[in-house]
Design a protein around this ligand. Structure first.
Ligand code: FAQ
Length: 310
């Protein structure tokens, strides 16, 4: 690759400029961005499934309305992100194919079942909280289309977070059984939540290059720490416990000590062998099959819907 072009590209990033689709960029920057944005898009679309199954069973009309809006937002986030990834040259069809065939990854956490309403509340509050910590940081990154998509996503995610917190406070101040249900949800989801931020920095493959080019603005351990800083006090304040005896803020380092979550389980889950991976991909495969006639009709149609300006 042309060293002069590379130096100019890196100088732009150092100055805090945004890189746009028409600009020159190293092949590796393009490849890494496609990988990360595509995985993010898949996570949003698959992430709609565990909560989506709760829409018909959410307690009461208001909760149903809010949950429908949230799930719809998540699918909208996937749309924004697929569009951002397309600016780098990979088609949406190719991305969806790679998701369905298991070639592309998506977030570990959506491969676990949401057994109870409290599990859905855990996702709406704490998984969204984790996603916001990561996305607020990356919205200040170097690739224009991704950053702009993240800004919009973060605005919508803050509504999800408030909704999730409201659901959890309701359970926390409810009956003994409601409190117990949320405690069980914390116990079930804590390990996947710790995994959510990615492997420990010392074993993370891509952090170094992504941080150098300001695609990733904080390391996996940093975002995990920031999440613990912000949310452990809130969980404890509601009278719940966290299933990790070692979890404690270390006054000397200013960082959290915790039991390393089982990284073998993480590897299994992200490589297709978690409790719900097959079911999640099957749902997407069926949706793709059932929607095919619509896409074909649009492609072959000469109506104004397809070419509004023609
Ligand atoms: N799950 O070298 P690193 C959401 C993979 S959105 C699965 O550290 P990197 C909204 C990684 O891909 C949630 N795989 O990777 C919502 C790589 O594999 P590869 C998603 C993971 O990229 C809320 C390998 O491990 N957010 O929740 C995970 O530097 C509620 C080595 O790892 C984003 O995608 C994982 N957790 O850092 C929706 C944000 N972690 O590709 C519904 C954008 C790592 O070599 C309801 N992405 N891997 O085969 C990122 O910030 C980064 O990609 C990380 C991973 C931090 C996720």
């Amino acid at each position: 690759e042309d060293p002069e072009k590379l130096a100019a590209f890196e100088a732009r990033i150092d100055r805090g400029e945004k890189i746009e689709p028409v600009d020159w960029m190293p092949q590796l920057y393009r490849k890494q961005l496609i990988r990360m944005i595509e995985q993010h898009a898949h996570s949003e679309i698959i992430g709609a499934l565990p909560e989506g199954t709760w829409i018909t069973r959410a307690p009461g009309f208001k909760r149903k309305l809010a949950l429908i809006a949230k799930v719809q937002d998540e699918v909208g986030h996937a749309q924004l992100l697929y569009s951002a990834a397309e600016t780098l040259g990979k088609s949406r069809e190719a991305m969806i194919d790679d998701l369905i065939t298991g070639k592309s990854k998506y977030s570990n956490i959506f491969n676990y079942p949401a057994y109870t309403w409290a599990d859905a509340c855990f996702i709406s509050w704490l998984v969204d909280a984790g996603a916001i910590v990561n996305q607020l940081a990356n919205a200040k990154g170097s690739y224009g289309p991704y950053c702009r998509a993240l800004e919009r996503i973060c605005a919508e995610e803050s509504f999800h977070l408030k909704y999730g917190h409201h659901c959890v406070i309701y359970l926390a101040t409810g009956t003994a059984r409601q409190r117990e249900m949320f405690q069980e949800a914390i116990n079930r989801w804590w390990t996947p939540m710790m995994h959510f931020f990615g492997p420990a920095d010392k074993i993370s493959t891509h952090t170094q290059v992504l941080m150098k080019w300001k695609v990733k603005m904080a390391s996996n351990d940093d975002t995990r720490n920031q999440f613990l800083d912000m949310y452990v006090p809130k969980i404890l304040e509601l009278g719940f416990t966290i299933p990790d005896e070692k979890l404690k803020k270390n006054p000397e380092t200013g960082r959290w000590d915790y039991t390393e979550p089982d990284w073998e389980e993480f590897m299994r889950v992200i490589n297709g062998d978690g409790p719900c991976n097959k079911e999640r991909l099957e749902v997407r495969r069926i949706a793709e099959e059932r929607g095919r006639w619509v896409r074909e009709a649009l492609r072959s149609s000469k109506t104004a819907y397809v070419t509004p300006l023609a």
